[in-house]
Design a protein around this ligand. Structure first.
Ligand code: WTA
Length: 701
């Protein structure tokens, strides 16, 4: 593998080089020497040594890392056992089975008592309004979590129970998830931007016995009456014969009425005049968080769990339309998120870390809550959005808390790029040392802007490729070691063995393009799909026996760098969130006017991809802007605002193969008005395509 050498030099010490390779004319940027000097992994050579050891001796490599954690009882048998090959039997992965521990104990009690960091700030909380702030130390967080664990215990929650959490980014969300973990109960967090229908579906799928939610919150200017959505979801659950017996409600917008109390968010009264949010109350089911907390005791012995016990369920879109409940386990997930956090962000004790992701997504689980806390880090927890009250909000927060490591999504970068450099340069950002991205491929323009403007050319960028299923980073640069190429997630993390396969499942060597797969388990890999192990095996292991199949395509260049080329299944990535075309199509056809629907991804300057929907109407219905508004509303209600389509086109009929399969490849071309359709020999009726091209102008945006 040839190494990119450094040639030119640009401001702040990053080297830049133009490469001659035909396919990758990408420049590469060396890690700045001042970052390498103090880095855990200071050179590419050191990275390679560690990576090789992690693959050749995974048990020893992860065994050494495990020693830093608290285990109630050590691992009695093999450190790792697994089967990745469906032809040889059931797929399973077990790291440290039989060892017992508790992740909540490791991220709080251990930090307070063993590391003596009780007074260190765990989170700076910044509300939607810049004046709403508070902070919480490790010791305070531990007290809150013990209180709330006792609350849950009193409500009958035991090890193995499932608890649904539907909350905005407030400290109580972290408290709630850690309290579940302390009791060995599985949290199932549903992003507060999801609809009541989606919440209901997720509660039912894992039969959650309790829901934790919030009265209401603001996202920028927009008021979200979350309790109302939670009520609708619980009503739907009741209708389907599954009554959730308890709903705990945090008074967040109404917090000002409570005085200071001992809530972790001892925020000053909210400045914004609080409109009357109508909260309906279901006696016997609803309970106020602050009332229950007042009665709860201070101490709570953690439930000691097997390393292989489930820790949480997090739903991710599946290509069949029904979301999959990804299950992560206590021990492996803990080791993996702690280790990736430490190396990928090159964590040091004095850092202030900020991951802008919502905890409702895996990035928030791993890099807002578990990874930073396991390292005793101080983080920012942000409730708001990048454009409120103005487009410089993120950078004002960076300066306010002197953020050193900053992690966000390409869609946020593209959104902010539109407003130019001034909102960024208005703030000093002198504290920043490392920048990160996640969620989708970052286009080189956005990478270069992030590097030049946000990072003032002195901060390495870690473009981290991973998935809900992988628990933590899989392909990523290390800030002090890896020369970066804009748009490439570079090399595998420790313990990760990628391969590129062709359609026949053969491993391709050297420069190649194909399916991205992983050859051996890493500790953070998901263990099953909740309640459906067969779906786990089919989705990730059937196509190429012996490998974990990511569902992404990738290219490896002449220097061994990996470039993600996008999803190869029927999944869309809108603003870094995965959506299945089937899920959106089924929401569309539930409308009485729609006979058939096909949804494809379409390039979008900010979202990366947006939804372009083709709908065939039932007889007697006409296509109109009223109808498209109704359809958009329907999708918002069924799935959530993130799935709102940008385009809906009337399609009197859809292009299909002779065997009746909708030709999405062709629909994508029609959406882009690209007449170069390639091989059309399989299309059943070519006149449909001409008709759709001519109907493009009728698309209502
Ligand atoms: C995509 C998010 C390119 C990819 C952590 C993956 C990326 C899916 C990157 C998982 C990246 C994520 N470069 N593509 N750095 N990061 N993806 O489950 O298609 O929400 O399979 O997990 O996002 O999305 P998920």
């Amino acid at each position: 593998m040839g190494l990119p050498e450094e040639r030119g030099r640009s401001g702040g010490g990053s080297g830049v080089r133009e490469e001659a390779g035909a396919r990758s004319r990408a420049r590469s940027w060396s890690p700045p020497p001042e970052v390498s000097r103090s880095a855990h992994v200071p050179s590419l050579q050191r990275y390679r040594e560690l990576h090789r050891r992690s693959l050749e001796e995974p048990r020893e490599f992860w065994g050494d890392i495990a020693k830093e954690f608290y285990w109630k009882t050590p691992c009695p048998g093999p450190f790792l056992q697994y089967n990745f090959d469906v032809t040889k039997g059931k797929i399973f992965i077990e790291w440290m089975k039989g060892a017992t521990t508790n992740i909540c104990y490791n991220v709080l009690d251990r930090i307070v008592y063993e590391k003596k960091l009780g007074d260190k700030v765990a989170f700076y909380w910044e509300g939607n309004e810049p004046e709403e702030t508070t902070q919480i130390t490790y010791r305070e967080l531990l007290v809150q979590v013990c209180h709330f664990s006792n609350v849950l215990r009193k409500q009958g929650i035991c090890k193995g129970d499932r608890v649904a959490i539907y909350m905005p980014m407030i400290p109580e969300l972290v408290v709630a998830m850690l309290a579940c973990a302390r009791l060995g109960a599985l949290h199932s967090i549903v992003f507060a931007g999801f609809s009541s229908e989606s919440l209901c579906e997720r509660i039912l799928d894992s039969s959650c016995s309790l829901l934790i939610t919030t009265d209401a919150f603001y996202r920028g200017e927009k008021l979200v009456n979350l309790k109302e959505l939670a009520d609708e979801a619980l009503e739907k659950c009741r209708e389907k014969g599954f009554p959730v017996r308890c709903c705990i409600v945090v008074k967040h917008l109404g917090r000002a009425e409570l005085g200071t109390g001992d809530s972790p968010s001892q925020s000053p009264p909210i400045k914004r005049p609080c409109p009357d949010v109508q909260i309906s109350w279901n006696e016997g089911v609803d309970m106020w968080w602050h009332e229950l907390m007042q009665e709860a005791g201070d101490e709570c012995e953690p439930e000691w769990c097997d390393a292989e016990d489930p820790l949480f369920i997090l739903y991710t879109s599946g290509s069949t339309g029904k979301p999959k409940g990804v299950v992560h386990t206590v021990g492996g997930y803990m080791l993996y998120v702690a280790t990736t956090f430490k190396y990928v962000f090159d964590f040091h004790a004095e850092d202030v870390f900020w991951c802008t992701a919502d905890i409702g997504w895996i990035t928030g689980h791993s890099y807002v809550t578990y990874g930073p806390l396991a390292n005793g880090a101080t983080s920012v927890l942000f409730e708001g959005i990048p454009t409120y009250p103005d487009t410089s909000r993120l950078w004002s927060i960076v300066d306010k808390y002197k953020v050193t490591k900053f992690y966000t999504a390409p869609t946020a970068i593209r959104l902010l790029m539109k407003f130019g450099d001034e909102p960024v340069t208005r703030h000093s950002r002198a504290s920043l040392q490392v920048l990160g991205t996640v969620g989708e491929p970052i286009n080189p323009e956005a990478w270069l802007w992030y590097h030049r403007v946000v990072g003032a050319q002195r901060c390495p960028i870690v473009d981290t490729f991973w998935q809900t299923e992988t628990g933590g980073h899989m392909l990523t640069p290390l800030p002090g070691a890896t020369p970066m190429k804009p748009g490439s997630a570079t090399f595998p993390f420790f313990g990760v063995a990628p391969a590129v396969l062709n359609e026949s499942g053969e491993e391709l060597e050297g420069e190649a393009e194909g399916y991205l797969v992983f050859k051996q388990p890493w500790p953070g890999i998901m263990r099953t799909v909740y309640g459906n192990h067969e779906r786990f095996e089919t989705t990730y292991f059937k196509k190429f026996p012996g490998y974990y199949v990511t569902g992404d395509g990738c290219r490896r260049d002449q220097d061994g760098y990996y470039w993600i080329t996008g999803r190869i299944d029927d999944m869309l990535n809108v603003s870094g969130h995965l959506l299945s075309t089937a899920e959106v199509e089924s929401a569309l056809v539930e409308h009485e006017a729609v006979a058939e629907a096909a949804v494809v991804g379409h390039p979008h300057p900010v979202k990366g991809e947006c939804l372009y929907c083709f709908v065939t109407l039932c007889d007697g219905h006409t296509f109109s802007s009223t109808l498209t508004e109704e359809l958009k509303k329907q999708i918002r209600e069924k799935i959530g605002p993130i799935a709102t389509p940008d385009y809906i086109q009337n399609a009197p009929s859809l292009p299909k193969t002779r065997s009746g399969k909708i030709m999405r490849r062709v629909l994508r071309k029609i959406a882009q008005n690209d007449h170069d359709l390639g091989d059309m020999s399989t299309v059943a009726d070519p006149s449909v395509i001409t008709q759709l091209f001519s109907h493009r102008c009728l698309t209502i945006q």
